[in-house]
Design a protein around this ligand. Structure first.
Ligand code: NCD
Ligand code: ZN
Ligand code: ZN
Ligand code: ZN
Length: 401
């Protein structure tokens, strides 16, 4: 079959390095089938799933089980981030080649992470450590000072920028000390970014579409639908599209929950926002306004996630790569509607936003899995991560040796 792509723009198959597909255990929120259909619909050929499922993906048996689930249900290719209960789990998981080990610093103290670094060093495993940075002590202190507990915008005060920045600083010290690669996910404040900048040799970072597009004022308009961790930030501390040159990756943190759960009120609603089916429309709209370039999309949603997470056959269009393509129409205009979502989470804070530019085709290893907004059959495969022993630096950096 010949496919006519005249008038369209072709990108490497995009990679979302941060999704929560909730499978196994929380399939009422999302499962590997619906999550991967949402990915294909949004223009993603590959996703990396997070380990906070039920039970968590924190030992070799669960890791292998999730590979099987994905291979049975996924429309797009996928890799997996691993959790761990104790360092004794690490060796067994490494056999299955995880994209990274994920640590939720909002739940764990620094000693658990230090133990992980030591174990990875002892095993000579150059697998990066992905961190959710929020310091628990700062969160607890901030909670004590809150006044009107029913106003959804107090959520931004309960987990302030300082909680993230203290946690980032702790993780940077560990990364430098152990000379081990760290990836900071959903980095959300300008000071976190300033902290990270001198540590480029070891540290990479990610921003989400919501931290890039919204600020804490969104709580007034959208209520707890925009409750997420870390919270949306005020205008003076948030990340703007103009900062993208200093950030490695855009990851969606696609975190679907039931809409009834999301409406439970500021303290009971679960945190997280579903993003897979809106992010590319939002970014292409920024491109149409001259606020970012298509090359930045290629770098942040293809080349960099492939490099950081060891996906050797992904992220670029050239010989030896998988035939993964994301085709975009830069001219189509419309307004974002959750009616056409494949995700089980049928809502978005971006409802009604007007966009210019949309994905029109997703191809995974030569097979069209989405065309003109319709998701077709796919056979997504597990992509084991192959990490370099010394992380290759990105092209923009100067080699002084
Ligand atoms: C995530 C989720 O729902 O799993 N929620 C969130 O607010 N980002 C967990 C996480 O990424 O921290
Ligand atoms: Zn190491
Ligand atoms: Zn997180
Ligand atoms: Zn997440």
């Amino acid at each position: 079959e010949r496919i006519d792509l005249k008038g369209y723009f072709v990108l490497p198959g995009l990679i979302d390095s941060h999704v929560h597909f909730r499978d196994p255990g929380l399939e009422y929120k999302e499962d590997f089938r619906t999550g991967s259909m949402a990915a294909a619909h949004g223009g993603f050929a590959t996703v990396l799933d997070m380990p906070n499922t039920v039970p968590p993906t924190d030992n070799a048996a669960e890791f292998q089980r999730k590979i099987r689930i994905g291979e049975r249900k996924s429309v797009v290719d996928f890799g997996l981030h691993a959790g761990f209960r104790s360092v004794s789990d690490v060796k067994g998981i490494l056999r299955f080649m995880p994209a990274s080990f994920k640590v939720f610093m909002d739940l764990t103290g620094i000693s658990a992470v230090d133990g992980l670094f030591r174990e990875l060093k002892a095993l000579s495993a150059p697998v990066p450590v992905t961190v959710h940075c929020e310091n628990r002590d700062v969160v607890m202190e901030s909670m004590k000072e809150l006044k009107d507990m029913s106003d959804p915008s107090v959520y931004a005060l309960a987990r302030p920028p300082l909680a993230e920045e203290v946690s980032v600083a702790e993780v940077l010290a560990l990364s430098l000390h152990h000379e081990h690669p760290v990836h900071i996910c959903h980095l959300s404040t300008v000071k976190s970014l300033q902290l990270v900048e001198p540590f480029r040799d070891y540290v990479t970072c990610e921003v989400t579409p919501h931290h890039l597009m919204l600020d804490s004022g969104a709580f007034r308009r959208f209520g707890t639908v925009v409750k997420t961790n870390p919270p949306l930030r005020p205008p003076e501390s948030r990340i703007y599209p103009e900062f993208l040159d200093r950030i490695n990756v855009i990851g969606t943190d696609h975190a679907p929950h039931g809409i009834e759960e999301k409406r439970k009120g500021v303290w009971d609603a679960p945190p997280g926002i579903p993003n897979l089916e809106v992010v590319l429309k939002l970014l292409l709209t920024l491109v149409s306004k001259g606020r970012m370039s298509l090359y930045t999309i290629r770098r942040m949603l293809a080349e960099e996630p492939a490099r950081i997470f060891g996906l050797r056959s992904k992220g670029r269009i050239s010989e030896g790569m998988d035939a993964d393509f994301t085709v975009v129409d830069l001219k189509e205009t419309g307004s974002i509607s959750s009616d056409d979502f494949y995700s089980k989470a049928h809502y978005t804070p971006f409802e009604g936003f007007s966009y210019t530019g949309t994905p029109v085709m997703t191809m995974v290893r030569g097979r069209v899995v989405m065309r003109d907004g319709e998701v077709l059959e796919g056979n997504g495969r597990y992509i084991p991560a192959e990490h370099d022993s010394k992380p290759e630096t990105s092209g923009s950096e100067v080699d002084l040796s």
